[in-house]
Design a protein around this ligand. Sequence first.
Ligand SMILES: Cc1cc2nc3c(=O)[nH]c(=O)nc-3n(C[C@H](O)[C@H](O)[C@H](O)COP(=O)(O)O)c2cc1C
Length: 209
Amino acid sequence: MGKNIENYIQNANILDIMSDRKARVAWGITGSGDRLPEIVDMMKEVQNRYRETVDIRVYISRAGDQVIKYYKLFNDLEANFDKIWVEANANAPFLAGQLQLGKFEFLLIAPATSNTVAKISLRLADTLLTNAAIMAQKAYVPLYIMPSDYEEGITVTKLPDGRDLRLRIRREDVEHVERLEAMEGTFILRRVDEIPAVFEKHFGRPKSV
Ligand SMILES: Cc1cc2nc3c(=O)[nH]c(=O)nc-3n(C[C@H](O)[C@H](O)[C@H](O)COP(=O)(O)O)c2cc1C
C-alpha cells in the first residue's frame, strides 16, 4: 500500500514536471451552441500541433457543460483532453488565482456567450469564466474571446439535430463586443480559423506545419 502511494506520488511528480516544461493555456468554453462542433475540432487540431510544447487545460461554465452534452461533444472532449474542469462557482476551480499567479500564457474563451461577453464588459465577475477573464485582465494576462454575437443582423446557427436556427443578433450585444475589443490586452476572434494564429503568435509555428 505504502509503496503504491510512493509510486503514485512519484508518477504524479513526473507528470507535473513534464507538464511544467510545457507552456499552459486555459481554454474556456461557455454555454454557446454556435460553432461549438467546429471549435472542439479546432481545439483538437491545435493540441495536436502543439502537443510537445503546450498544455491546453479546459474550463467549462455550468451552462457550457449542459450545452456540450446537448451537442453530444463531452465524450469527444474527455477523450482528447485529460485536464477538464467544470465550474462549481466563480472561484472553484480557482482559475482566476492561477491566472494571476502567471501559470498560463493566455486565456482563450471560445465560444463565448452573449451573457459572458456582457458580464466581462460590465465588469461582473460572478462566474468561473467572467471572473477568470477579469482577473486575467488585471494581471496583464492576454485574453482572447470568440463571441457568438459579434455582428448585428440575422445569423443562422446549427441545432444539435442539424436543423438551422435563425437568430437576430442585437446592437446591444455587439456593443459589448466592441467594448471588450477596446480593452487593453483583450482580443476578439470572429472566426474559428483565427485561432491557430493566436498559438503561432505565442508559441511560434508548430513543427508539423
Ligand atoms: C442548446 C443551447 C445553445 C445555446 N447557444 C447559445 C449561443 O449560441 N449564444 C448565446 O449567447 N447563448 C446560448 N445559449 C444560452 C446560454 O447557455 C445562457 O445564456 C447561459 O446563461 C450562459 O451562461 P455562461 O455564459 O456562463 O456559459 C444556449 C443555450 C442552450 C441550452
